[in-house]
Design a binder for this molecule. Structure first.
Ligand SMILES: C[S@@+](CC[C@H](N)C(=O)[O-])C[C@H]1O[C@@H](n2cnc3c(N)ncnc32)[C@H](O)[C@@H]1O
Ligand code: SF4
Length: 449
């Protein structure tokens, strides 16, 4: 693939973890509309539920980070925070009693850094959630946790494993010493290796590594060394994220100069240096940026065509409701998105007043919902059926990509061949009427590559 293509298509586009994307949300639900949406989505006794709990605390700031975090060394903050998360769940269960009766499929602890909380606090959080959902037969859920190796202990891993957690995601990012220094995140392969050993011994079934390409200081040679280290540690899955650079939202990213950040073909080459040895070692490439061993549940979901994409990235199961608890957490139902307050002091105050802490959201129109399904199909299955009007529109809108062989349109079937995978976000913009209607004057999204 020529570097011209990367220069041509490396423009700011959404990552499509939702549709409409967050900047396009314009129809926030009231608390009553939001709980009514949950009620509708859970009306059927066979409906399923996922819970996402956002634990925002981190001891120090990694300067690349795009997550919603609270940087503090005061570990006394996690216990009152957990109380508020449990109060938030109480509030929902009072307003939407079916929440406690439907099957809990997934319980994900994300952040920030969930393992900022102690083993005892994590145990209290999970026990508190499961006791509130006891009627749901919550014993069958898949539990997963994001862990920063620098602050994660065997005791925390054991506490969660005892509560039937089976998935662990370790933030590895990169082992290159210069990159670690530049992004303020020093962690050795030995530290990660010891946690992998602890997690395997405790019985975790799927271990994921998060890596990032496009960070300052990375070179093809450093990425090759990273690939070698990673293959030695043999995770079950990997998320290999493109560095999302949004300095207008995350000022710490201003610490890097433009000259330090690889873009376009140079950046994509770093991804390819990781990708090739992973494929050679038998991992499958899933969606836009994930890899998994063929027997991992994520790979099985991809093979079965049931992979889904939400705010947590690619996920193996789509449930009728994803309920996000905690500061800045995002929820998704059939016809609504909902995000909690992003400022922790405001979140705390609103929970203490027994209010649903809505920050923003979006009630989806029928057209939004149809476009969401099409974007999910493109992002997960690389194929989607268009109606006649869309097919005519696609011939025009996607003409450059069709000519460059990055997309294929046969009748009303739009496909993304292997060559187009790197440009999947650009192709998805075809379905995004908000993006197409308003090409923003100020940057809103990270670049596509
Ligand atoms: C909440 S963190 C993971 C847990 C823990 N805080 C840690 O860092 O190990 C989620 C993941 O998002 C990814 N991430 C954060 N900021 C990013 C950015 N600007 N671009 C791409 N990926 C990013 C990182 O790979 C990180 O592991
Ligand atoms: S990457 Fe993880 S540890 Fe670093 S600041 Fe972001 S959430 Fe915290």
């Amino acid at each position: 693939m020529t570097s011209t293509l990367f220069a041509k298509y490396d423009v700011p586009v959404p990552r499509y973890t939702s549709y409409p994307t967050v900047p396009a949300w314009h129809a926030a639900p009231t608390a009553a509309q939001w709980t009514a949406s949950l009620q509708r989505a859970l009306a059927d006794p066979s409906a399923t539920l996922s819970l996402y709990v956002h634990l925002p605390f981190c001891e120090s700031l990694c300067t690349f980070c795009g997550c919603n975090t609270v940087i503090t060394r005061d570990h006394g903050r996690s216990s009152p925070y957990i109380d508020r998360v449990l109060s938030e769940l109480d509030m929902y269960v009072r307003m939407v009693p079916s929440l406690a009766e439907r099957q809990l499929s997934q319980l994900h602890l994300g952040g920030g850094t969930p393992t900022f909380a102690s083993a005892e606090e994590l145990a209290r959080l999970v026990d508190g959630i499961l006791s509130r959902l006891a009627a749901s037969g919550s014993g069958r859920f898949t539990g997963s946790v994001e862990a920063d190796p620098r602050v994660t202990s065997a005791a925390q891993l054991r506490a969660l494993r005892e509560r039937r957690f089976t998935r662990l995601s370790l933030g590895v990012q990169d082992f290159n010493a210069e990159t670690q220094r530049l992004v303020n995140r020093i962690q050795s392969p030995a530290l990660v290796a010891s946690l992998v050993t602890e997690a395997r011994a405790a019985g975790y079934e799927s271990i994921n590594f998060d890596l990032i390409y496009g960070l300052p200081g990375q070179t093809p040679a450093s990425m090759q060394r990273l690939a070698d280290e990673v293959l030695r540690l043999a995770p079950d899955r990997l998320a290999v994220y493109s560095f999302a650079r949004v300095p207008w939202i995350k000022p710490a990213q201003r610490k890097f100069t433009d000259a330090q950040i690889p873009v376009a073909a140079e950046k994509r080459a770093l991804y390819d240096v990781i990708r090739r040895p992973l494929l050679a070692a038998g991992y499958l490439e899933l969606g836009m940026d994930h890899f998994a061993r063929p027997d991992d549940p994520l790979a099985r979901a991809a093979a079965a065509g049931t992979l889904y994409r939400n705010f947590q990235g690619y996920t193996e199961a789509r449930t009728n409701v994803l309920l996000g608890l905690g500061v800045s957490a995002i929820s998704e139902s059939a016809d609504c998105y909902h995000q909690n307050e992003k400022v922790i002091a405001v979140y705390d105050r609103r929970i203490d007043r027994n209010e649903i802490p809505t920050h923003r959201g979006h009630v989806l129109s029928a057209d939004d919902r149809r476009r969401r399904e099409q974007i999910v199909a493109v992002m997960t299955r690389f194929a989607v059926t268009l109606d006649d009007a869309q097919a005519a529109d696609a011939r025009e809108f996607l003409a450059p990509m069709l000519e460059d062989g990055l997309a294929v349109l046969e009748g009303n079937e739009l496909r993304v061949p292997a060559a187009g995978r790197a440009f999947i976000r650009n192709i998805a913009t075809f379905f995004d009427e908000y993006f197409r209607a308003s090409q923003p004057a100020a940057p809103m999204y990270s670049r596509s590559i």
